[in-house]
Write a protein that binds this ligand. Sequence first.
Ligand code: DGI
Ligand code: FE
Ligand code: FE
Length: 194
Amino acid sequence: MDKKKALDLVKAHLTEHRYIHTLGVTEKAVELAYKIGVNVKKAETAAIFHDYAKFRPKEEMRDIIREQGWDENFIHYGDELLHAPAGSYLVNKEIGIEDEEILSAIFWHTTGKENMTELEKVLFLADYIEPNRIFPGVDEVREAAGKNVDRAIVMALRNTICFLMKKNQRVFPKTLYAYNNMVQNLKKQSNIGG
Ligand code: DGI
Ligand code: FE
Ligand code: FE
């Protein structure tokens, strides 16, 4: 789909602030995709639509997750998680995006998971480090992303897990699996490297 058309379609569903965030994620996702050799057009489309469902009624999103038979933990570990799986469903039904790789990147963009594809990693990291993000620790992750995407993702996951723990919130199990899996990948990389 043409970039301008896609942006117009998503804009109608977002606040101004969230639209600006979406432009930032798109810019970063394209940059990271070039860097690690991921399909740039897919990265761009996934980024444009990644927060499509952010402002949908929570009950509608819960219904989608239940009806699709998806992991019920998405419903029980904080409402912030709903828009990722619900978004993948809604961009398929309402926008007509059928590419499974793009839909999966949107599905996992908030939590991450074990064995993420390169496209899933690009969206996950771009969402975290896009230029408008200002939370503590983000500059460190930005810097790492310029050198090693996997290392940057470990840092982003660690920050998110610590942030949740400090607020006495539970952590979605697959986010912990994502962390363990990425740490293991880094160990393997450094063994190969020397
Ligand atoms: O939609 P965005 O704000 O752009 O970013 P996002 O989709 O990464 O959502 C961020 C929110 O999701 C933030 O409030 C932290 C929360 N979050 C991320 N991972 C987990 C989580 N919340 C819980 N409860 N468990 C998680 O594993
Ligand atoms: Fe999101
Ligand atoms: Fe986002």
